[in-house]
Ligand binder design. Structure first.
Ligand SMILES: Nc1ncnc2c1ncn2[C@@H]1O[C@H](COP(=O)(O)OP(=O)(O)OP(=O)(O)O)[C@@H](O)[C@H]1O
Length: 310
């Protein structure tokens, strides 16, 4: 059973189709990247999945049942990009209070907060106030308060913003552990290299519509352009082959594109025929960043309703 199913979801504002008929599903244990340029509709989509906004149309199915925010919010952890912490409240008390709001008893809340504070080396923060923490420390606290109640669906909006590499790694490891234990994770960010590193599945939203949906490796395969890197044992002379063209070269290392109708074997055959040895041969897949730019570049920021003039 899917953890989450979103079916034909729509949210229109007065002049904008913020989310326009988006469907996708999310399996338990999956780490899912929700990508899109500024204004694409990601936050609006997340707000509907977390019960903050009602959809105009469409269905949200959580754990096989129609989504009921009052009941299901106890199983959802949402870390928004903007901080949702009380600035003046002591950090330990605040974490316990937020865990209780998610349905934990006070005793369990205290126990869990202590465990997480030890794990993340935050014990000394207990009596400090949020306003006394740095941006990165607040981000770490926000992550802990999001996962304290062991949610089944975790939504993280730019979770690494402001974090140093050590703390980023700490949180990455925890995200993987939470997924291994069955939580489904939606991860929204503009940092494509983080998506490649962390997510197993992505959807790309543009102008309120889903324009790409698949596994990270499947999407890269879908957009590959038959580009290969080859390492030779000596410098080749002028190359003239119908099978491929060289698009870049440095000494014995070439980047080449195999032409339509030809195969890798044709490239290998060409060099072997010239008595040139091959040290390495590897396909170069496009990065998610390249795919993202290719799909969204040059498109207007949002889809407006057509203006009707009398
Ligand atoms: N309350 C609102 N009233 C009117 N329009 C809105 C409202 N909230 C968002 N929008 C519009 O809906 C569209 C989608 O916005 P949304 O915040 O969901 O995008 P996003 O993908 O999260 O963008 P970003 O990456 O910049 O955070 C935008 O055109 C935005 O201007």
């Amino acid at each position: 059973m899917n953890r989450l199913e979103v079916k034909h979801l729509k949210k229109y504002y007065t002049s904008q189709k913020a989310v326009d008929d988006i469907s996708f599903s999310l399996a338990p244990g999956s780490i899912f990247g929700l990508l899109g340029p500024n204004g694409a509709g990601k936050t609006t989509l997340i707000r509907m999945i977390t019960g903050i906004l009602y959809p105009d149309e469409g269905d949200i199915i959580f754990n096989g049942q129609p989504f009921n925010p009052d009941k299901d919010n106890a199983y959802i952890g949402y870390m928004p990009e903007e901080k949702g912490l009380y600035k003046k409240m002591k950090i330990g008390d605040q974490a316990i209070y937020l865990a209780q709001l998610k349905g934990l008893s006070k005793a369990t809340a205290i126990e869990r907060v202590k465990q997480w504070f030890i794990k993340f080396e935050m014990q000394s923060w207990w009596n400090k106030k949020v306003e006394d923490l740095s941006k990165g420390m607040q981000q770490k606290l926000q992550f802990v308060t999001t996962v304290l109640n062991d949610p089944k669906l975790i939504i993280l909006d730019e979770p690494f913003s402001g974090l140093d590499p050590v703390n980023s790694n700490l949180i990455k490891e925890e995200i993987h552990k939470l997924a291994q234990n069955g939580a489904s994770i939606i991860f929204s960010t503009h940092r494509m290299e983080q998506v490649e590193e962390i997510c197993d599945h992505i959807i790309l939203v543009n102008k309120g519509q889903k324009i790409l949906d698949g596994t990270v490796s499947g999407v890269k395969q879908q957009f590959k352009e038959n580009i290969f890197s080859i390492g030779l044992d000596s410098q080749p002379g002028p190359i003239n082959s119908p099978a491929f063209e060289v698009i870049n070269s440095r000494d014995e290392q070439l980047i080449l594109k195999i032409k339509e109708g030809f195969r890798s074997n044709d490239v290998l055959h060409y060099f072997l025929q010239q008595q040139i040895g091959i040290n390495s041969f590897q396909e170069i897949l496009p990065s998610l960043s390249e795919i993202f730019i290719k799909l969204v570049e040059g498109t207007p920021l949002t889809r407006q309703f057509e203006t009707v003039t009398a």
